[in-house]
Design a protein around this ligand. Structure first.
Ligand code: FMN
Length: 207
């Protein structure tokens, strides 16, 4: 499932800053998404982070708020977004990254379920989607999870990982989320390839 971008090589950067929607699911690997968020912001990209309610058990919203410089979107209903956070946060996005993508989010995406902000954003989003699954080896090996992943690949989602190695459940296996540098390299590759199809001009607001 892992695509071929080599994290050891200096990754290609799009010429203009891009709008990136970073969706964080409820798994241990959420801590790595703080680094990913920081690296995207340091590269000059406009990062809007969104978290599931479960994700907030693993990583404080304040961390992603500070690293991205913007309030994290968590609630589906928010008076400060009269059109709905799923409409406003999906608007003008260049790339949606889902890291970690839990078995639950993967299932919801594969089946068109929209019962929280991130699953609704996935349906509303028009940009390419990069999914970084993370879960235990038994979860990853389940036929239902593999069916859902295959469905997402068929639907045009880009997948990075999971990798084999040490898992937080204290065993070795497959299900470890790719490292932030690897996800970043894939994300930049996607954005640069996309520039071959569209001009690389900054958006109206300078981002
Ligand atoms: C300590 C702990 C670690 C977990 N790690 C994962 C994980 O790595 N991947 C996963 O798919 N679910 C994991 N789960 C289960 C999810 O948190 C659970 O399925 C949750 O409903 C996911 O919600 P979300 O997809 O809305 O974030 C973990 C649960 C706990 C208590």
């Amino acid at each position: 499932m892992t695509e071929s971008a080599d994290p050891k090589q200096p990754f290609r950067q799009p010429l203009a800053p891009k709008r990136i929607l970073l969706a964080v699911g409820g798994g241990i690997a959420a801590y790595k998404s703080a680094t990913l968020c920081s690296r995207l912001a340091q590269a000059g990209h406009h990062v809007q982070a969104a978290m599931t309610h479960s994700a907030t058990e693993f990583l404080g919203a304040a961390t992603l708020t500070a690293l991205s410089g913007r309030p994290v979107a968590i609630a589906s209903f928010d008076k400060s977004h009269p059109l709905g956070p799923h409409i406003e946060h999906a608007d003008g996005v260049d790339l949606m990254i889902v890291a970690p993508a839990t078995a639950n989010l993967i299932a919801k995406f594969a089946h068109g379920i929209a019962d929280d902000l991130i699953s609704t954003l996935y349906l509303q989003n028009l940009a390419p989607v990069l999914i970084a699954p993370a879960m235990s080896d038994p979860m990853w090996s389940k036929p239902s999870v593999q069916r859902n992943i295959a469905q997402l690949a068929e639907d045009g989602c880009h997948l990075v990982g999971p990798e084999s190695g040490w898992l937080s459940c204290r065993v070795r296996g497959t299900g470890r989320m790719s490292e932030p540098e690897t996800i970043l390299a894939h994300a930049m590759d996607l954005l640069v390839s996309r520039n071959h199809l569209a001009s690389d001009q900054p958006s109206d607001d300078g981002s």
